[in-house]
Design a protein around this ligand. Structure first.
Ligand code: AGP
Length: 610
């Protein structure tokens, strides 16, 4: 999600910056730009689309100079058009930014009231103006002016700043979004990720949250934003270029699995008001009148996104007490579904381009329904066809098998259910606060589960030669049983079925014998007694149980061949946590089998054909 590069040294900056941005292409982007200081002034060139377009623009308008910053933008605030591409300038200053400025609305209003005119729709331009204001107010030192600006900013950011008045330095800062400094021979670089630097140096300093640094050709000065000096020696990186692109992970899918806590935090940022026990209304984009007048919520999606909507139905029914329907979009479009003004259709799609979901959305709107899109790609076709959009902020997902998009969809759906319940009067402030608190705590719990990945690898070693696998779950465990089975078949090519645990007796029980691994999602929740009864039934038929169970549940231990543990978690957020061992299990089994994990056979990331 956005890439930053910077260079200060003796060499021409432009080609180095382009080369660095190319190494960050895997992060996904829709526009790009450079700002280069030629010793006297700063010049900016930007272009929509691939880096090639920026190179064409640079051929027509070359940027001379040996200090500069560059950026690839993955749009979050404002459409992917040239005036929204970075760098953004204000006065003498140019800024590139990765992340989201949470209080951008309030800051923008304050700056506009002060006479500032904006030339983009981005939250980033606010940072440029804040720095410019600080300099105009008499803070001549760029480092100090950036600090003054950051004191006013809330949210996630990595920024790189240059100023016409400081031809020998770049100032960088970080909070949540990554930023790495590269120490070269008489030159200093920075980037969002190590691959952007590796062609020039293997000695890097990883900036920590709340830190800022001044980069000059032969020196780096680091301080906290609060002004405390930081001494940190560079580390030597010995990754191969391929490893570097994947952040040291073997596959993008594994990297994306481990990015999930961060992706969920980004998706929740600025949307949860714990004090009011509510969701920030403007983030949903629908009027309160829509919330109170509708009589049905109709979820539409495909594949993994469809599994997320199954949890969405559960939450909407429980919290907003509205009848909710979940449909596979590819089926809806070939029936004659009855949509009307009483329906709120929620279309969920990571790509925002899935043809079946798009067609079903169009049918819903033709029928008079209101449509809310939940998507990960700004301005993609489904949000554009909808009345409103609630974006997940998972960042680009490269692995074809969806992981971080799924968990961020779950986060967005729970936000939506709370928003609906509060407006319909079915959810009081206290309960809403408890649900939102659980959601805010989920990233930390996810991190704790991901630390146990080696335990999942050990289970994968036992079962990677299985020919079939069954996944069972109940309540909010049911969508995870379906998703766990889908993930396994997508990337390992092992035949897998997901079932509602209560359905086992109605058919799948016939499959169980001593060669059949059965993954049972059996956390300590309201359905625990019933689901552990299913575990007993599998054991009685010599089935091999892999239980996903809560820490401290000793009853399950003697029944299961292996137990994958999760911490105690509020029931609302269980699927965000229980899905993690299933993703890891699928990943490790596929890796042990040697399949093409990131690009499994026959599958496409974005399905734009029927
Ligand atoms: C997920 O692992 C799959 N690749 C697939 O099921 C996917 O979820 C489905 O094609 C829907 O895609 P979308 O979310 O982009 O609409």
């Amino acid at each position: 999600m956005c890439g930053i590069v910077g260079y200060v040294g003796p060499r021409p900056a432009s080609p180095l910056l382009i080369e660095g941005l190319r190494k960050l292409e895997y992060r996904g982007y829709d526009s790009a730009g450079l700002a280069v200081h030629d010793g006297k002034t700063i010049d900016i060139v930007r272009a929509v689309g691939k880096l090639h377009n920026l190179e064409v623009a640079l051929a027509a308008h070359p940027l001379a100079g040996s200090l500069g910053i560059g950026h690839t933008r993955w749009a979050t605030h404002g459409r992917p058009v040239e005036h929204n591409a970075h760098p953004h300038a204000a006065g003498d200053v140019a800024v590139v930014h990765n992340g989201i400025i949470e209080n951008h609305v309030a800051l923008r209003h304050a700056l506009e009231a002060d006479g500032v005119r904006f030339s983009s729709d981005t939250d980033t331009e606010i940072v440029a103006h804040l720095i410019d204001r600080a300099m105009r107010a008499g803070i001549v030192d760029l480092f100090a002016a950036v600090r003054r600006a950051l004191e006013q900013v809330q949210g996630a950011y990595a920024i790189a700043v240059v100023s016409r008045t400081a031809p020998d330095r770049i100032v960088v800062a970080k909070s949540s979004s990554p930023l790495v400094i590269g120490i070269g021979e008489g030159e200093t670089l920075c980037g969002s990720d190590i691959p952007a630097l590796l062609a020039h140096t293997r000695d890097v300093i990883i900036l920590e949250d709340g830190e800022m640094a001044e980069l000059r050709a032969g020196s780096v000065r680091i301080e906290t934003v609060a002004g405390v000096p930081v001494v940190r020696a560079p580390k030597r990186i010995d990754w191969s270029p391929m490893m570097a692109e994947k952040g040291g992970y073997k596959h993008f899918m594994l990297k994306e699995i481990f990015e999930q806590p961060r992706a969920l935090e980004d998706t929740l940022r600025g949307r949860v008001d714990l004090r009011a026990g509510d969701v920030t209304s403007s983030e949903i984009g629908l009027s309160d009148e829509v919330a109170t007048s509708i009589r049905r919520v109709y979820f539409l999606a495909c594949g993994t996104s469809y599994h997320a909507t199954l949890a969405g139905r559960y939450w909407v029914e429980q919290l907003a007490r509205v009848p909710a329907v979940v449909e596979v979009a590819s089926e809806v479009r070939y029936r004659e579904p009855v949509f009307g003004p009483d329906d709120l259709v929620v279309a969920v799609s990571q790509s925002g381009e899935t043809i079946d979901t798009l067609a079903a959305v169009k049918a819903a709107r033709e029928g008079g329904a209101k449509v809310l899109a939940i998507a990960n790609v700004l301005d993609s076709a489904i949000p554009r066809a909808a009345d409103a959009a609630l974006y997940t902020h998972a960042g680009p997902e490269i692995g074809v098998a969806s992981t971080k998009c799924f968990t961020t969809q779950l986060g967005a759906l729970l936000l939506f259910a709370v928003w609906l319940g509060r407006r319909r009067g079915t959810l009081d402030e206290g309960k809403a606060r408890a649900v939102l608190q659980a959601l805010v705590e989920a990233p930390g719990q996810m991190r704790a589960v991901l630390e146990r990945a080696p335990e999942v690898l050990a289970v994968a070693r036992v079962w990677h030669s299985a020919s079939d696998m069954l996944f069972l779950g109940r309540g909010l465990g049911y969508p995870i049983a379906l998703e766990g089975a889908l993930k396994l078949k997508e990337i390992s090519y092992i035949h897998a079925e997901g079932y509602a645990a209560g359905e086992m007796k109605h058919g799948p029980i016939a499959l169980i014998d001593k060669k059949m691994p059965v993954v049972v999602i059996v956390p300590k929740d309201a359905h625990y007694e019933k689901t552990s009864g299913n575990v007993q039934e599998v054991c009685a038929r010599d089935g091999q149980v892999v239980a996903i169970a809560t820490d401290g549940d000793d009853e399950i231990t003697p029944l299961a061949q292996q137990v994958l543990r999760i911490p105690p978690v509020a029931e609302w957020t269980l699927p965000l946590i229980t899905v993690l061992p299933t993703q890891l299990l699928a990943y490790y089994i596929a890796d042990l089998k040697g399949t093409d994990v990131d690009q499994p056979r026959n599958l496409a990331k974005t399905v734009t054909v029927e």
